[in-house]
Design a binder for this molecule. Structure first.
Ligand SMILES: [Fe+2]
Length: 275
């Protein structure tokens, strides 16, 4: 039995910012809702960064407008907060707007389970160091969930765990430290404890990628409104992930992508010392 998951990432509703076409977000969300109605997935995952932040009052309004757009999506929706949802707003404020608890959560979905790893994505601006800081409680939740996993597991987060190379990325080539948690090697070590197939899915980096580490495919999906890969036009990207023994991932829109990967039960052999 397959599990079909629709995915939308980095909606960034609000004023256009750099290459984010936030002005197109609500129109594209209406199109996404129509597509979900036609496609009939089991659920929808929102990978976070629903808005481009300005200040608390503006962000509350923007988040409410995105929540309203999700009300037209005819499927159960699970949200994750991104860094822009956390710049001026608390998790509790996001929970109230979305009408949903936003703690770490394990969903049992038949042959698969989904770990909604809602690790805090707030970028600390003061004091130093500037950047993400993965709370130890979130790391421990991931580690214990993976240690206990008895069936194939999809791990979903806003910030990618892979630490993949950012060469060519508009935002992160020259700012790679903002593409990942400084503790992401520990998150990967936690994943390496899995005795079951694992697939990781994240947003944040605004491009479609597959990175395989330790037999675990890590996917990142393009933003709904990003334009740096699409010559200024919003990508209009949304995805469909079909999980069976394999993971078949399709991304639609102006930046299309498709991959079929087979997550492995066994982990890889530890790499050799320098020659
Ligand atoms: Fe984003």
């Amino acid at each position: 039995m397959s599990l079909r998951i629709a995915i939308v990432a980095d909606i960034h509703h609000g004023a256009p910012s750099h290459t984010k076409r936030g002005d197109a977000a609500l129109g594209l969300m209406a199109a996404f809702a129509d597509w979900v109605r036609d496609t009939g997935p089991d659920m929808v995952l929102d990978l976070g960064d629903r808005i481009s932040d300005i200040d608390e009052a503006t962000d509350l309004q923007l988040e409410q407008e995105v929540a309203e757009a999700f009300r037209a999506v005819p499927a159960p929706v699970h949200h994750i907060c991104g860094n822009h949802d956390r710049d001026h707003l608390s998790v509790a404020q996001n929970e109230e707007i979305l009408g949903q608890a936003l703690q770490n959560e394990l969903l049992d979905c038949g042959d698969w389970q989904i770990a909604l790893w809602r690790a805090d994505a707030k970028i600390c601006r003061d004091p130093d160091p500037l950047g993400f800081d993965l709370p130890e409680t979130d790391l421990l939740w991931l580690s214990r969930t993976i240690q206990a996993a008895a069936k194939p597991t999809l791990v979903v987060s806003h910030v990618p765990v892979s630490g993949h190379d950012q060469t060519g990325n508009y935002y992160f080539q020259r700012n790679p430290q903002f593409s990942r948690y400084p503790q992401s090697d520990r998150a990967r070590a936690a994943l390496a404890q899995a005795r079951v197939p694992v697939v990781c899915l994240a947003g944040h980096v605004h491009w479609n990628t597959v990175t395989t580490l330790d037999g675990i495919p890590h996917l990142t999906q393009q933003s709904l409104t990003e334009s740096f890969t699409t010559q200024g036009a919003p990508a209009g990207a949304w995805g469909l992930l079909t999980l069976t023994e394999t993971a078949h991932w399709q991304v639609f829109g102006k930046d299309p992508f498709e991959a079929r990967v087979t997550p492995q039960t066994g982990r890889w052999t530890p790499p050799l010392m320098p020659f």
